[in-house]
Design a protein around this ligand. Sequence first.
Ligand code: OAD
Length: 230
Amino acid sequence: MSKVVFLSGAGVSQESGLKTFRDMDGLWEEYDVMDVCTPEAWERNPVLVNEFYNQRRKQLINCKPNKAHELIAELEKWFEVSVITQNVDNLHEKAGSTNVLHLHGELTKARSTVDENYIIDLKEWELKLSDKCPKGAQLRPHIVWFGKAVPAFDEAIEIVNNADILVVIGTSLNVYPAAGLVNYIKEKCKVYVIDPETPKVTSANVEYIAEKATIGMNKLTKILLKTYIN
Ligand code: OAD
């Protein structure tokens, strides 16, 4: 079975009603990333940071995966599929993808501020500033703050390095180290980029599908089945 790896970003969830970050009307137009997504912001104003992620979590309850998430999951019938996502939503999992690596954390989880191994599933959307870990320390959103190391990065490199096909979907490739993953492909790895505003990927084998995620995934699914499955 060929190995297909998706590197996804906010654009894949845009048609599910979630805002991207850097598009016009994106989240970083409304908020300053430095106020809600850094260790300093959490120290300075945990109420604001916690509320920002509570609102994102609340909004997620009513969000459904779109056709792009669904087609990515469906490809598991024919390919060995891995999803490496920068997204903190759970729409890939909701669509049925079984192999999802979150680079930037997960909205539906909280973590201890003193014990890095203590990560729990949240049962409801609201994380309260009175919620504590068993060691008595404050729980915080399970988000990789800007400027901090990405713990899943080494695992992601290995996955990308083994890909026969890499699909970059719905990401501006502005944020490192995630954006650098495209540099770890094997020489003969085929690359597809699905994005209405195609970001630059330098590879001899790159093909651009300049569409929104749902239309782009429809096209890509046909291409993959025709090219790789008899
Ligand atoms: P961006 O907002 O930077 O980029 C979104 C990309 O999606 C752009 O290239 C858009 O052209 C594209 N796009 C918009 N609508 C689309 C659609 N319907 N279908 C397909 N593509 C579409 O988001 P990311 O690249 O995901 O980090 O941002 C990376 C990281 O920056 C995020 O994980 C987040 C943010 O700060 C953290 O929160 C830690």
